[in-house]
Design a binder for this molecule. Structure first.
Ligand SMILES: NC(=O)c1ccc[n+]([C@@H]2O[C@H](COP(=O)([O-])OP(=O)(O)OC[C@H]3O[C@@H](n4cnc5c(N)ncnc54)[C@H](OP(=O)(O)O)[C@@H]3O)[C@@H](O)[C@H]2O)c1
Length: 221
């Protein structure tokens, strides 16, 4: 039985990752700011009041995790705020950078001592953070934060390879969640989480540091 820590687990893709990983018999530590009824009903270990961008929150989490070995750390929590060229809001761009890029990388550093040989670190980034794939422009804060996250994750994959810890950089697809206004064009969180788990299961020393779509396609940087 392996132990997975998943951030942003109270709703959306994070909640579904918790459900599917728990249902197959692995241990889940679900972190969130405030647990939803759906998360409470899963019967997994929940750590509340975890604000990704707060050092104090992460220090408290580390104290609570004392004695735990993590097989997999999944950075799923994130925000999307729309910034057009006409309406560049610096505070919004900085907030997205702090939560989407800086938070996960600092959290990985703080939790590194809970990882061991063959542990995995997973970053839920976005295709919107692909420079080559950008054909629609705009969304400055989100795109900049996710490309920064992907770069940090790639560095981490190189730095942690010496310790045989593997890193996946994953796009979940266009998913019908609160983030996308529950778009009808998206796939369900269930389908997305199912694909993400397949990618995480197939992560190894050789393919560490790859940027994948949940459906298995390798994405361009
Ligand atoms: N949905 C898509 O189509 C799509 C596409 C590409 C990438 N993604 C990425 O997939 C991940 C999950 O997205 P989703 O679609 O499931 O979105 P969602 O339904 O909006 O869920 C976002 C989650 O992140 C948490 N969160 C946000 N800010 C946080 C903070 N400062 N500290 C702690 N937790 C925080 C939220 O918690 P609260 O409930 O407390 O706000 C919530 O649990 C994100 O990283 C997103 O960028 C999604």
């Amino acid at each position: 039985m392996r132990t997975y820590l998943i951030t942003g687990s109270n709703r959306g893709i994070g909640l579904e990752l918790c459900r599917q990983i728990h249902n197959r018999g692995d241990n889940v530590i679900a972190t969130c700011r405030k647990a939803s009824e759906e998360l409470k009903n899963l019967g997994v270990r929940i750590e509340e009041n975890i604000e990704i961008s707060s050092d104090e929150s992460i220090t408290n989490l580390c104290e609570k995790l004392s004695g735990v070995d993590l097989d997999c750390l999944i950075h799923n929590a994130g925000i999307y705020e729309f910034n057009s060229l006409e309406n560049l809001d610096k505070s919004s761009i900085l907030r997205q950078f702090e939560i989407n890029a800086l938070g996960p990388i600092c959290m990985t550093q703080s939790l590194k001592h809970f990882l061991k040989k063959s542990s995995k670190v997973v970053f839920i980034t976005s295709r919107m953070g692909s420079i080559e794939d950008n054909s629609s422009g705009s969304s400055y804060g989100y795109r900049m934060s996710k490309v920064a996250l992907s770069m940090a994750a790639k560095s981490l994959s190189i730095d942690l390879s010496k310790e045989n810890i593997y890193v996946a950089i994953l796009h979940p697809g266009l998913v019908s969640t609160r983030m996308t206004g529950f778009t009808r064009n998206g796939i369900s969180p269930k389908e997305s989480a199912n694909g993400l788990i397949k990618r995480i299961d197939s992560l190894n020393k050789k393919n560490s540091g790859t940027f994948w779509h949940a459906n298995g396609e390798v994405l361009p940087w």
